[in-house]
Design a protein around this ligand. Sequence first.
Ligand code: GLU
Length: 510
Amino acid sequence: MERKVRVRFAPSPTGPLHIGGVRTALYNYLFARQHGGDMILRIEDTDSNRFVPGAEDYINEALAWLGIGIDEGVREGGKYGPYKQSERRDIYRAHVKKLLDAGKAYIAFDTPEELEKARAEMPNFQYDASTRMAMRNSLSMPEEEVEKLIAEGTPYVVRFLINPGRDVEVNDLIRGKVTINSNILDDKVLYKSADDLPTYHLANIVDDHLMEISHVIRGEEWLPSAPLHVLLYEAFGWADTAPAFVHLPLLLKPDGKGKLSKRDGDRLGFPVFPLEWHDPKSGEISSGYREKGYLPQAVINFLALLGWNPGDDTELMNMEELIAKFSLDHCSKAGARFAFEKGKWFNHEYLMQMPGKELLKLFKPVMEANGINPADFPDDYLTRAIDMVKGRANFVNDLWEQGLFFFKAPEAYAEKDIKKRWKADTPAIMEELTEVLKQLPDFSSAAAEPVVLGWITDHGHHMGNVMNAFRLAVVGECKGPHMFDITELIGRDETIARLQRAIAAIQPAE
Ligand code: GLU
């Protein structure tokens, strides 16, 4: 029988979720949904030194914003809980004991200073079969002494006993079979008595097993740990039900070589976090996709294609389409360049697709932030204005810059446009134009345009000069959507008032 797909996203709450972590969560989610499986969110907080307050809430908020749904987790509950590792100490303790009793792990007392000394004395020192007997542990010391030290409360760690000379096979669904020799592995620490907590390796294996995880989908940085994990499953006798491994390709710098870092974002001006993050210690604020005006669907679509493709050149896919099309076969081994400019393009596309009503909801706060009360305009007016300018916007905020003349008359006029378009005879022509506009029986774009253009031609005026001066008076500069669509929306009175104001305010260029 096919095994039920159960995947987990297992972040450590050591700071804000990085955009690479978001991609990992997304691929897990797509895979789970496609197979009708379960998506688990497990909080891996066993490294007490690196715990950061607020990080767990941040993870939940980011996933919710992006629409990455969780079936089982700290908030959602579920029958495999608790889903926070610091609440599973009893479970880990029992499993450490199992390994110790079976002789597959041992207790070590070496202090940090002793380990430091060993490293200093021996280049490439590694705690393994070749060195462990020279160290202070339950294999090298008499049993009574070990018991005495434990009874006295001496801090110790439990190490995994790695047998040398074994070929360890890791089967990765993207990378295929990778074989490495156990000689290069060290006897990893699995548990520390000092804080009564397991390390990542032990907690991860035990939980993946107990939570019946079918596929471990995670970043490439965890690939070097995979052989150790294979050996741990074996040591527990769980090799038959061990999850399949999937190590996702790295996210690379937008330019140059190497892994994407926060510094690249600072340097090139893009966020590397989904939401803005306020560092509780330093007070530093890091920008987030949400606060920068990205739509969650755009971020999802952009990230989905960083390491996976649908097999053709389709680019725009919403969450449902991604779920339908996603497949591990089309995930790449090679790192994916973080082309953040493409993210802007996706945002533009989703902005264009967004129903007017939705867009309006997002735009109203922007108006308010710019000192305009949206309630002063009918919704229909706002929607039509947005529709006219959204083609030039990547972000909701851009709608303001592109369309502010719909909400207030220009207070200044662009110098370079005055120079080019507002000549000595312009005020008189604009007065004539005012008369033409006053007399139009129908002020709609379709009706006004031929009349005004006809008047320009009949009077031998220069088409470009007149139309651009008109635009300068109404918009404040020579840009914007179709002129007669603008005047239709703002209406006859406002158009004429703006013309009159410009005639009074603009000093013609020489
Ligand atoms: N806690 C690890 C992390 O922070 C999980 C790695 C894994 O998925 O095994 O990414």
